[in-house]
Design a protein around this ligand. Structure first.
Ligand SMILES: Cc1cc2nc3c(=O)[nH]c(=O)nc-3n(C[C@H](O)[C@H](O)[C@H](O)COP(=O)(O)O)c2cc1C
Length: 361
């Protein structure tokens, strides 16, 4: 019944300003109005990663639930995990509106939100109350005007350490000027040295450890990828998320929205982010779990990410165009992919086409 309502709501939501539609979606989820998972996931979709159980590999990408308002609803609607944030220590309004644009002819969106969020305090209180059935990661970032960006990440790690199942260090949003400079090997060294030292300190004082992942931009120059991967491995990061939105605008249908400033997500990002994913998989020799994100809008594109090297995947823009039925469709396609390949479970498909993807230019 609620599934049918959700299908009816989609065309209506698309007539609204994207941010307004998003707020209505979050409010509906807060009120319990969302389609729930009706049956258990196929056990062949389950994986244990970082010692945690993921009943299926599909997560919701950062930015959907910036303030940790609905992590339990996300999990109950059938996702295998959720990621909340990006959260900065203090509340921020973000950039002036309008700042989110739909590009329906391209199955894409452009956003220049600029880390609008309510800050750490409220999200922490909400996460303390969540029912802990399922994996919820916390995506941390740095405030717009801060002098010491690294200090904001350290504060994020410390604040959410008791409640985050994993962390994402977001150094790849294109909408906070200068943030992506933190991906340069020297900056990365400095940030990761401090973060890992803080984690050691927290664990030594008795807290259970938490995996730390780093989220990369799809616009990293080809020549820089190897050095970045080398630093990530050297610092012992537990996961790499590939990728955030792109500044690239090739191949978009002409139209006023296509010229908007901001990060492009959705279908046009698929090839670019999947190529980088495969390159990272090859360079890290499949030793670090990767989360593939960017342009997934079907079972086929989801399977493609896994074959390129992703242990887990995340979606955002695909949900805007395909609706909540997308997760069920992806699960079906992944099970078919497992059967078609004659393997026992999804983990046997990870990276099987990474060389093919990585060779693409
Ligand atoms: C409206 C919007 C807001 C986003 N906000 C964040 C964010 O706060 N932090 C982050 O790491 N990524 C953010 N993203 C990027 C997504 O997490 C994801 O990396 C990107 O959209 C590519 O996935 P997709 O093509 O499935 O949307 C945002 C994306 C969109 C569309």
């Amino acid at each position: 019944m609620i599934g049918a309502l959700a299908d009816l709501a989609l065309p209506f939501l698309r007539t609204l300003d994207p941010e307004r539609a998003h707020e209505l979606t979050l409010r509906a989820m807060e009120s319990g109005l969302y389609p729930r998972r009706t049956e258990a996931d196929d056990p062949r979709l389950a994986q244990t990663i970082w010692g945690m159980n993921f009943p299926n590999p599909i997560g919701i990408a950062a930015g959907f639930d910036k303030n940790a308002r609905v992590p339990d609803a996300i999990l109950q609607s059938g996702f295998g995990f959720a990621e909340v944030g990006t959260l900065t220590p203090l509340p921020q309004p973000g950039n002036p509106r309008p700042r989110v644009f739909r590009l329906p002819a391209d199955g894409a969106m452009i956003n220049r939100l600029g880390f609008n969020n309510d800050g750490h305090a409220g999200a922490l209180e909400r996460l303390k109350r969540h029912d802990r059935h399922g994996v919820v990661g916390v995506n941390i970032g740095a405030g717009k005007d801060v002098q010491d960006r690294e200090a904001d990440y350290i504060t994020g790690l410390e604040t959410f350490f008791p409640v985050a199942d994993y962390f994402t260090v977001n150094i790849s949003s294109p909408n906070t000027p200068g943030l992506r400079d933190l991906q340069a090997p020297k900056e990365l060294d400095s940030l990761l040295t401090r973060l890992m030292a803080k984690r050691d300190e927290l664990v030594q004082s008795g807290a259970p450890t938490r995996p730390i992942t780093v989220k990369l931009s799809p616009d990293i120059a080809d020549d820089d990828i190897a050095a970045i991967c080398e630093r990530l491995v050297a610092h012992g990061v537990d996961g790499i998320i590939v990728s955030n939105t792109t500044l690239e605008r090739n191949s978009l249908h002409a139209g006023p929205q296509a010229q908007e400033t901001g990060g492009l997500s959705g279908a046009p990002l698929y090839e670019r982010s999947t190529r980088l994913l495969a390159k990272v998989y090859v360079l890290t020799q499949g030793q670090i779990p990767l989360i593939g994100v960017g342009g997934i809008n079907s079972g086929r594109s989801a399977l493609g990410k896994i074959e390129a090297g992703a242990s887990l995947i995340q979606i955002y823009t695909g949900l805007v165009y395909e609706g909540p039925g997308l997760t069920g469709a992806i699960k079906k396609a992944l099970v078919s992919g497992i059967e078609h390949a004659g393997v026992a479970s999804i983990s046997a498909l990870i990276g099987i086409k990474s060389d093919e993807w990585a060779a693409k230019t």
